[in-house]
Design a protein around this ligand. Structure first.
Ligand code: EPU
Length: 425
């Protein structure tokens, strides 16, 4: 048998980035919207869908749920319902926590859902208690057995639900469930992320009445039936932010086509303080960095705070600053896994509890590194771009969950970066 092979990314660093790069559709908007197709009987069509592993996993899940899903990036078609399938198996849920987003739609539509509990992941424990508490408030009877959540309800009924924290997928799950519930639901302390707002737009297209998505209080009046839809997904603010941090780190001048600057305001403020120029240019954003990189402190927070999904990439940028930056992570308890790898590349970072103190060191030194989650991998790619010599980033499957052809996009603006195959595990 041939030895197992794995993709890796090889980077030869210290090149300025120049040119034009297009930002794709938002992963974290596409995933809940794909799950929302389950709320209707007919065929739905999504456009501007990014070509990511998580999209493939969701398509496989929809297939298992009786919806023939055709992925033809940037388009995905979810075929008409072929029966009442309401079980999301462990095999798929364990690959992607966001699979829990089928729970709300399934119990709302079929009165029954059996969804594997996602469990913890590399970045933290990530419980789903708020999803379950909200569904119970809508009238579902919930039991957890053999690693599965079993939810049952004859018909969900609108209710007032106060979330203990503004959970993104929790808010989305409850919005979808409420869209088919009888009467009016009020969700309080909601996540305000642009992806939540986008889901509200889609549910309105389907015939629900959603008011306030993108704010802390969302009112939803459910419908007896919802219609299929055709929708183009918003651009990915985290992909755009990652490329902004990359250009900031290497220096250069890059036009990010379709970058959603409004959704990125909390990141843009910090990048500008660090010395990165961001200007609207046509339908995108021009990113320029010529002068020094200044130290900037950030603390992650729910939107409109600085996103946890940009913390690792911002840290890679701060390894290049003139001074010392303090980065504090408040959303996930274990989201500094990129730090030991950055240290292996010569970064000077001290961690104390949920705070990382980063001393700018100038050029990093290329090394073989690997990461255990998506955004940590992205930060190592940025580190590789500013390192002397060769960097190999292993476990590219993490990157492929959330970045479409990152090597082609960065290669197109002058980075020396390629995908290679490594022998062995
Ligand atoms: N939380 C609970 N109970 C719950 C739900 C959440 O205690 O029932 C806690 C979490 O443990 C965490 C905090 O609340 O400490 C916020 O978690 P949230 O539920 O908002 O995260 P999520 O919905 O599971 C989404 C994104 C993540 C992103 C977070 C935070 C999707 C599919 N995923 O996750 O994206 O980091 O919001 O913004 O939208 C990524 O794309 O790399 C990624 C991890």
């Amino acid at each position: 048998m041939p030895p197992p092979s794995m993709d890796a990314i090889r980077i030869r660093g210290r090149r300025r980035l120049e040119g034009t790069l297009r930002v794709g559709g938002a992963k974290n908007a596409a995933l809940p919207i794909l799950c929302a197709t389950l709320l209707s009987e007919g065929e739905s069509r999504l456009r501007n869908v990014p070509g990511l592993r998580d999209i493939g996993t969701t398509a496989a899940l929809l297939d298992v749920l009786g919806r023939k899903t055709t992925v033809n990036i940037p388009e995905v078609r979810v075929g008409p319902a072929t029966g009442a399938f309401f079980e999301a198996p462990y095999e798929l849920v364990r690959q992607m926590r966001a699979s829990v987003l089928v729970l709300g739609p399934l119990v709302a539509r079929f009165g029954e859902a059996r969804v594997s509990l996602p469990g913890g992941c590399a970045i933290g424990a990530r419980p789903v208690d708020q999803h379950l508490k909200g569904l119970e408030a809508l009238g579902a009877h919930i039991t957890v057995e053999h690693g599965y959540v079993y939810a049952k309800a004859p018909r969900l009924v609108g209710a007032e639900i106060v979330l203990d924290m503004p959970t993104v997928t929790g808010t989305e799950n409850l919005m979808m469930a409420a869209a088919l519930a009888k009467g009016r639901t009020t969700l309080i302390n909601c996540a305000r992320e642009p992806e939540v707002e986008e889901l509200g737009r889609v549910l309105n297209k389907m015939g629900a009445k959603v008011d306030g998505a993108g704010t802390a209080i969302i009112h939803i009046t459910g419908a007896d039936e919802l219609a299929p839809f055709d929708h183009a997904i918003i651009a990915d603010r985290i992909e755009a932010g990652t490329f902004m941090a990359a250009v900031g780190a290497t220096g250069g001048n890059v036009l990010l086509e379709d970058a959603p600057l409004d959704d990125l305001e909390p990141v843009a403020v910090k990048l500008r303080e660090a010395g990165v120029t961001l200007e609207r240019d046509g339908n995108g954003v021009r990113v320029v960095r010529e002068g020094p990189i200044l130290p900037v402190d950030v603390t992650t927070a729910p939107h409109p705070g600085f996103p946890t999904d940009m913390q690792a990439q911002f840290m890679a940028l701060m390894t290049q600053c003139e001074g010392r930056a303090v980065l504090t992570e408040t959303i996930f308890e274990n989201r500094f896994m990129h730090v030991p790898e950055l240290q292996r590349m010569g970064a000077k970072i001290a961690i104390r509890n949920n705070t990382a103190v980063v001393e700018g060191v100038g050029p990093l030194s290329g090394a073989s590194v690997m990461a255990t989650d998506l955004r940590a991998s992205a930060s190592l790619v940025i580190a590789g771009l500013v390192a002397e010599g060769e960097t190999i980033v292993r476990r590219v499957y993490h990157l492929d969950r959330g970045y479409e052809s990152i090597e082609k996009k960065l290669g197109g603006v002058g980075a020396l970066i390629e995908r290679i195959q490594l022998e062995g595990p």
